[in-house]
Every structure is written in C-alpha cells, then in structure tokens.
Design a protein around this ligand. Structure first.
Ligand SMILES: *Cc1c(COP(=O)(O)O)cnc(C)c1O
Length: 365
C-alpha cells in the first residue's frame, strides 16, 4: 500500500494551525517555541484521534462495516471522536468503557451521551477479590467476553461491527500521523522555521509512531520526542516493532530499532507522566495554567498537560536546545470531568489572595 495515495474518509480537518508562542518563549528563555494545533481538528471538539479516524473510517466503509465499537477509560477522548466519526458516516457508535458507571455525568461522557452512543461500562472491580497475579488476566478475559457479547448482539440484528482498539492503535490509524508530517514540513517551510524537535505525548503510542515513521520517510529536519503520559508506559521495543509494521505495510523502506526512539520520562522524583493514568496532580495543573496564562491555549489533565510539563522542563533544563514544536493533541473536555474539577479547586479556588478573584461587594447601609 502506498501511503501517499492511501484513501481517507475525512473525519475532521487537517492543515491545523502552526503557531509561534512568543510569550511562552520569553518566559522559558530558550529557542523559539511553536505549537501545532491538533486540538483544532474540528471533529466533536477536536483532538489527535481525528487524523487516525480518517483512515480507520475509510477501512470500515471499504469493508462494509455498519458500526464502530471502541474501548477506553470512562473519559476516553478517543471514544468521543470515534463516536463522532461513526455518526458522520452513518455508522452506529458503541463505546466500551472500562470502569464503573459514574453517578455524575461529566466531561467526555456528557458529550458521548449527547451523541446517543451505545455506552457499555465494563465493571471489573470484583477482580480485587482475586489474588493479585490473576487480576490482569481476569480483566482482559472479561473485557474480551463483553466485546464478544456486544458484537453478537449487533450481528443478530444484521449489523457488522468493526472493533477499533484502544486509542485507534492500528496501522491505518497511524497513517494519519505519517501524513501529518508533510503537512507540518510545508508549514515550517512557509514560516521559515527549522525546529530541531517535535514533542508529543506517548499514550497508546500510535501518534508518536506515525510521526516517527513520517519524519523518517519524509526526511524531516526534526527529531520526534515522546513524553509518556503515565508511569506505566508501553516499552520502546513494542513501539519499534509497530513502527516496523508501518514501514512494511506502507512500503516506507526503513527499519527502526528500539534505541532509535527517544522517550523522555523526566526526573524520578517528578516524572512527566505523574502518578497514574488520568490521575489529577498539581504539577500537571500548574502547567495547564502556564500555557493558558501565556498563550491562552487550553491543555488537558490526562495527556497534554503532562506532555507539556515534559516539553517545558526539557527546554528549561537545556536538554532541548534550539527551536521546538509541541503537538497539542486535544483533550480539553477532560478539564470538566468531576474528578479533575474537584482536584483543581485547591490550586485555583482556595479563597486565598493567589486566586486573584476579588469580590467587590456592595454594602447597603
Ligand atoms: C489519545 C490521546 C493522546 C495520546 O495519543 P496516542 O496515539 O494514544 O499515543 C494524547 N493526547 C490526547 C488528548 C489524547 O486523547
């Protein structure tokens, strides 16, 4: 398959803006810092999964699928975008969410509900009663069983369900990020910028892998740097193997070794990935506030706040020297999830002078 002629079903907008960040650059005092706005991909409030879905939806249409089912945490951004892409192409949206059904509807889940998704909560909290060594396997098996049941249910009604893995982590999905590279290179050329680095969050890893493969194939001038967004991240070896699969599928003509991949995890006492997947933490919150205060751009607490903490820390410490681009992958609806709202009260709304929210009260005699 030729990557340059591979068909896509546009799910969102490409050619997202590449913006210079003058105030952040001044504050950090290193090279010139840019942001590539893939939070503005347009589909259902945007995000990086739109580029992946362009190719995943095309695959679904080419192969006669009538429903898209995908997986994720309760607040999955990928789920929101997959549901939106499905709706726009007349496919049925099914989200299989790992966790108990929350009592309070918030964040992405509110948007999923508004779109009328078929929401299935896979509540495996009962595994806690099993010995620790058996828990992961029991969870995996239960999830598979649930997915099988849902597919059977739909098939009995004459539907054909495409099961899209967590994060849209497939070779078709990553095609979207291979093809984001020539787009970015053209923008850099038009703005006469030659950055040495492109920094991106590393989650289910398809975005990083696609960009890495694209940078190699199109001879990009920058190095792709991945910031794991949780302490327990996918090993480099697996990502290298996936990149080789991309190279093989699309005839990119290179091989990648694990040691070719650059991941930056940060200092041991304050890792960029924080304390756990989508767990609120004050360092991430402060970095979300930093970009909002300097450039009026909103990050999210699960992915981009963490990746941006890594980006700014590497610039501050001089690890990344020269001009650099940060890829904004979206996720802002996560700011309005109940857990994150609760956690942000302490930093931003404690009632102290640092709130800068002064009450001017009319006194009536
Ligand atoms: C999914 C996601 C990522 C991570 O992308 P992967 O391709 O899964 O590594 C980063 N940021 C946001 C907002 C996301 O939703």
């Amino acid at each position: 398959m030729n990557i340059e002629t591979l068909k896509r079903a546009p799910a969102g907008c490409v050619n997202t803006p590449l913006e210079y960040m003058p105030r952040l650059t001044r504050e950090l005092g290193g090279g010139r810092l840019y942001i590539k706005r893939d939070d503005l991909t347009g589909l259902a409030l945007g995000g990086n999964k739109a580029r992946k879905l362009d190719y995943i939806v095309q695959y679904a249409l080419d192969n006669g699928y009538t429903a898209l089912m995908t997986f994720g945490g309760v607040q999955t951004n990928h789920g929101r975008l997959t549901a939106a892409a499905a709706i726009r192409y007349g496919l049925k949206p099914i989200l299989v969410l790992k966790g108990a059904r929350p009592d309070y509807l918030s964040g992405n889940l509110l948007l999923d509900r508004l779109m009328g998704c078929d929401l299935r909560f896979v509540d495996d909290t009962a595994v806690e009663s099993l010995p620790e060594a058996e828990r992961e396997e029991a969870k995996r098996r239960f999830l598979e069983e649930c997915a099988g049941k849902i597919i059977a249910e739909y098939e009995a009604r004459g539907e054909k369900v495409l099961s899209v893995p967590v994060g849209g982590q497939t070779v078709y999905g990553s095609a979207g990020y291979i093809q984001a590279v020539p787009e970015l290179m053209a923008q850099l050329e038009a703005q006469d910028v030659r950055p040495r680095y492109l920094v991106v969050g590393y989650g289910s890893t398809g975005t990083f892998a696609g960009l890495w493969a694209g940078a190699k194939y199109y001879h990009a001038p920058f190095e792709v740097v991945g910031i794991p967004i949780e302490p327990d991240y996918r090993p480099r070896e697996e990502t290298a193997a996936f990149i080789n699969q991309l190279s093989g599928t699309f005839g990119l003509g290179f091989t990648c070794r694990a040691e070719d991949l650059r991941l930056e995890t940060g200092p041991a006492e304050a890792p960029y990935g924080g304390t756990g997947y989508n767990q609120p933490d004050p360092v991430t919150q402060e970095h979300i506030a930093l970009l909002a205060r300097t450039e009026a751009v909103f990050l999210d607490p699960c992915y981009t706040g963490k990746a941006f903490y890594g980006f700014t820390d590497l610039v501050r410490r001089g690890v990344l020297e020269g001009d650099a681009v940060f890829l904004h992958t979206g996720g802002a609806p996560g700011l309005w999830t109940k857990e994150h709202l609760d956690a942000m009260q302490a930093l931003l709304w404690s009632g102290g002078a640092e709130d800068r929210a002064c009450v001017m009260k009319l006194g009536v005699p």
